[in-house]
Design a protein. Structure first.
Length: 226
């Protein structure tokens, strides 16, 4: 058994004297739960390190067997054995820093150079970026938890619906759709986020994208009781 404290401060957390019977429970700076490594500062640096190491080894394996596969076969191996590693439980670590997430993009770039070595620009092939897929996953999650049959615990995560004035007086821009959700981030009057990491986490990031969706993308999909 072990425990981990969570803080956004740079200083270490004061250790606690915790015991289970006669056994001392040690304090740790990182903890792995269901395949996701959490750190005491919620930076997810350790988790991204694990992903990069694991996915990087698989890219090397792809390079060794690439000559035995055509482009479609190499792409299938990438999507099933490499990209799947980089997309495990992304809603949990969506708030990771941009520099860390860029390391995953570099892995995809390396793989695409193996898949299509003849192309000078590997991203010229028809494949979605990892950031785009994470954004779609967040929007899909936000949509599903608004369904009437969604578990109550998840429905409580849905931000309050916005009243619909003709114009947004704060930003002086028209709403993109009629299903606006309130920003759950706790913006100050100056428009700055109280915690930058929270801005990147799944609910605030998905709400920001949701409110920018055109009306026609939501018509016929939202529940009648919305």
């Amino acid at each position: 058994a072990e425990y981990m404290g969570i803080t956004l401060k740079t200083s270490d957390i004061m250790p606690l004297d915790l015991y289970f019977g006669d056994f001392d429970i040690p304090q740790v700076k990182k903890l792995r739960l269901l395949g996701v490594t959490f750190s005491s500062t919620l930076s997810f640096n350790y988790h991204i390190d694990n992903i990069v190491e694991n996915a990087g080894k698989r890219v090397s394996q792809l390079r060794r067997c690439a000559s035995y596969l055509d482009t479609e076969g190499r792409m299938t191996v990438y999507k099933s054995h490499i990209r799947s590693v980089m997309e495990y439980a992304p809603l949990a670590w969506n708030s990771a820093g941009e520099s860390q997430l860029k390391r995953l993009d570099n892995i995809q770039h390396r793989a695409l150079k193996i898949i299509t070595p003849a192309l000078s620009d590997p991203f010229g092939i028809n494949i979605q970026t990892l950031s785009h897929r994470r954004s779609v996953g967040g929007l899909n999650f936000l949509y599903k938890i608004q369904a009437p049959d969604a578990p109550a615990m998840l429905r409580e995560l849905v931000p309050t619906t916005k009243n619909q004035p003709t114009r947004d007086t704060r930003s002086s821009t028209r709403f993109k759709n009629n299903y606006q959700l309130l920003d759950p981030s706790g913006r100050s009057s100056t428009g700055k986020w109280a915690i930058k990491a929270y801005q990147r986490s799944v609910i605030p990031a998905a709400v920001d994208l949701w409110n920018k969706l055109p009306q026609y993308t939501l018509e016929g999909f939202m529940p009648p009781t919305y």
